[in-house]
Write a protein that binds this ligand. Sequence first.
Ligand SMILES: NC(=O)c1ccc[n+]([C@@H]2O[C@H](COP(=O)([O-])OP(=O)(O)OC[C@H]3O[C@@H](n4cnc5c(N)ncnc54)[C@H](OP(=O)(O)O)[C@@H]3O)[C@@H](O)[C@H]2O)c1
Length: 379
Amino acid sequence: MPQNSAAVLRALRTPFVVEPAHVPTPASDEVVVRVRAVAVNPVDWVIQGTGSVTYRWLQTPVVLGSDVAGEVVAIGSAVTRFRVGQRVFGLATGTDRGRDPQHEGAFQDHTALLERLTAPTPDDLTDEQAVVLPLGASTAACALFQERHLGLRMPGHATVDGAGGTADGDRGVVVVWGGSTSVGMNAVQLASAAGYDVVTTASPRNAELVRSLGAEVVVDHHDPHAVDALVAAIAGRRVLGAVALGTTSAAACIQVLRRTGGTVLALASTPVSLDRLAGRRRLFPAMLPVFSRLGLTMAGLMLSARRAGIRTAFIWGSSLRDDAVGPMLWGEVLPRGLADGTLRAVPEPLVLGTGLAAVQGALDRQRAGVSAQKIVVTL
Ligand SMILES: NC(=O)c1ccc[n+]([C@@H]2O[C@H](COP(=O)([O-])OP(=O)(O)OC[C@H]3O[C@@H](n4cnc5c(N)ncnc54)[C@H](OP(=O)(O)O)[C@@H]3O)[C@@H](O)[C@H]2O)c1
């Protein structure tokens, strides 16, 4: 009988404690994985620091984490794509409303994953390389392919209504603000693999890397003329929409779309960072000015988008669990793209330690800021 341990958040704004946990039993559509590597994401320290406001449905003690790679140790009765012993990577969605984070949280030795959000790990990828992908690729796929966002055709597929073609020869341009973020790198490579032209932003040190993922033009997001440069690069072509990553991205994307006739904006980030708030021992009263500013800034952005005829919606990176995008991404697009080289495991992992006790340091390092890297812990 395997043993399980988890990095448990016993109370918000306290460090993780490593303690024994139940080994999950797979539901019919799940696999249970012996986790060998996890990656951390901004959402993990956002929940740890502000969950009582931002993830109000979560009760402590709780197991966090979305990105998992390891090997299958048990399969549910309806699972057909995986067998015990197989190396896999996948997206754990336990922190979503209505899910069970103890059963399906990444930061433990054994966790459950839905078969439809899991893929085989290619032989040429280590677990720490594969684990960079789940939330980054899933969030990018939600932004690009879900009908409520850009609604583009997926790589190798037509759109839902079958209208994937660009008969006039104009492939259409996708704008990704934040192309060197984890989500952005995946958005660039997925949009490019689907046959669209991509214009994006990154720091100059990451421009070549983002270009190698398929971006046609990479503009420095710190340049005060970045919006002008993107508009010039689009050069009158049809803009299919923008994906906004980073606190300043929504305002910049609205300007780009307004000036180029684009009408769809997928938002991944709040326009006010929660990082300082997340590091505080007490949320009150510091949260009041932060959330007031957030509310006012959002209202201003929504108004300017509406005036420009731009449809905006917030991305929920695990919402592909409940639509056709999830099974297509995890069952077809990722396995095929990784095998034929049209997709890569990006960004590069930065392995910060081994063992569940290293998870807290990994979150702190993520919150301090990364550049085109994913913080990973091996287990
Ligand atoms: N809604 C969702 O479901 C969802 C899911 C996942 C992530 N997110 C959000 O999406 C955002 C990206 O997450 P992530 O994990 O991909 O981030 P990340 O990898 O931690 O982002 C780090 C990157 O941010 C870039 N950056 C710095 N200044 C920027 C600017 N002014 N504009 C755009 N990018 C800038 C840096 O690029 P350079 O080093 O090249 O400057 C750096 O590589 C975060 O706000 C996160 O909370 C949302």
